[in-house]
Design a protein around this ligand. Structure first.
Ligand code: HAM
Length: 419
């Protein structure tokens, strides 16, 4: 028996209506904010992610599905969409056609992480990217959209955490301070954090190890060492969020795992999904375009993990979808009408009716059981004396009321089914 690879999942028919509802809801909210969908290839040149996300990040150094294809080109299955979306904007000069491109996606991503609840190797994200302007209103809009979607799904245990990483110059000065602070404490750091001292010192704040966290408790904070311009932008983002009624807290230790961020970063956490609690993350990335392309394009965005959100919904008992229904089940009374029954169902289906019938010559009783099982609102009894008189019987499954109608009066039949 060949089975799915660890960290990947089938979405089975009984789960699909949740996904469809979720995806439709995301599309609807995105369209209210006038974001347009973008689709990019599942794989890209490895250098796009290495340069875009940063060589020293966990994603690039440990988690990417990278391989040489038959022409010896290094290919990577996308671990996230932001670099791909920016590549696409640059490649097609979308930024030259309009100043602001508001884009969204719902797509699968690939990261070779250790699988656990809420952490997969192929997972789905929805996300948005507003590419072209520096206005902090767009930073706030990203948080508002993400928050509105999660709230709209019925989630309540949400915490919005925001921070600012400023610009590279103030960050570099701050990193020197942090290095000085850690200089006489590095012996107490974990091996992982010791490595980060040189490669990605800010990420030491992300360590889950208690001894690291203790050391970082008294570390100087980047937010306290931002330049005035960055602080002003951060204040503006906060004021927009307040006006929009999005509750948030400032988390000066929120550094995020991707290198491309400048200014605003944020995450939305659920208190209801266990250790993989980040439902959504994002921020501003004004320098990404110049890392992977030939020009500067300011941008801000976010992405949200759909499997994690569905887990949170399960735990909070939201996103309960009504059971699937079928408009009509056609019960064949005589097996010699096999073809005629099928053609009648086909006629209804071609007239937009969701119709089902038996494909295996079951007994009338078994067909009735099947009609109940699939939640048919009506049944049509097809055959017997009525058929000889060119009629059928429509039965309402709830009230039990039956009605006889001419076989050729399709309009009337449809209106009763849809009643
Ligand atoms: P990220 O924080 O790496 O950001 O991922 C965003 C969300 O994807 C996470 O908060 C989490 O819900 C979900 N996620 C990440 N890894 C996994 C996994 N292995 N299994 C299940 N869910 C996962 C980004 O991807 C950035 N591109 C966000 C962004 C867009 N920043 C600016 N624009």
């Amino acid at each position: 028996m060949i089975k799915t690879i660890a960290g990947t999942k089938d979405t089975l028919p009984f789960e699909i209506s949740k996904w469809q509802y979720f995806e439709n809801f995301v599309e609807e909210v995105m369209s209210r904010f006038n974001y347009k969908e973008i689709r990019t290839p599942v794989f890209e040149e490895t250098s796009l992610f290495a340069r875009g996300i940063g060589e020293s990040t966990d994603i690039v150094s440990k988690e990417m599905y990278t391989f040489l294809d038959r022409s010896q080109t290094s290919i990577t299955l996308r671990p996230e969409m932001t670099a791909s979306v920016m590549r696409s904007v640059l490649e097609h000069s979308l930024d030259k056609q309009q100043q602001l491109n508001k884009l969204y996606y719902i797509s699968s991503m690939f990261r070779q992480e250790r699988p656990q609840a809420g952490r997969l190797r192929q997972f789905n994200q929805f996300g948005a990217e507003a590419i072209g302007l520096e206005d902090p209103l767009l930073d706030a809009e990203m948080i508002i959209i993400a928050y509105d979607i999660l709230k709209g799904l019925g989630l309540n245990s949400l915490e919005v955490k925001i921070n600012s990483l400023g610009v590279p110059s103030s960050r570099e000065n701050y990193k020197k301070l942090l290095r000085m602070y850690l200089d006489d404490k590095k012996g107490g750091l974990s091996e992982e954090s010791k490595k980060r001292l040189d490669s990605n010192i800010l990420r030491i704040f992300d360590s889950k190890i208690e001894s690291d966290q203790k050391i970082m408790e008294n570390a100087p904070l980047l937010l306290e060492h931002l330049d005035d311009g960055s602080l002003e932008k951060f204040e503006t983002v906060k004021s927009y969020l307040l006006k929009a009624g999005v509750p948030f807290e400032i988390d000066p230790r929120l550094v995020r795992g991707l290198d491309y961020y400048t200014h605003t970063t944020f995450e939305i956490i659920s208190r209801n999904v266990g250790s993989q609690s980040a439902l959504c993350g994002g921020g501003r990335y004004d320098l990404l375009a110049s890392e992977i392309g030939d020009r500067l394009i300011p941008a801000v965005g976010f992405a949200a993990g759909m499997e994690r959100i569905l887990l949170a919904c399960e735990n909070e008992n939201c996103l309960v979808i009504p059971e699937d229904e079928v408009g009509v089940y056609i019960v064949r009374l005589n097996n010699d009408l096999y073809n005629e029954t099928y053609n009648f169902a086909l006629q209804l289906r071609r007239n937009s009716v969701k119709a089902e019938l038996d494909y295996s010559r079951k007994s009338v009783k078994a067909q009735m059981r099947e009609a109940n099982k699939i939640n048919a609102r009506k049944t049509i009894l097809f055959g017997g004396d009525e058929y000889t008189n060119n009629e059928i019987v429509i039965k309402d499954m709830k009230s039990g009321v039956q009605e006889k109608i001419g076989l050729s009066d399709i309009e009337k039949i449809i209106s009763i089914i849809e009643d």
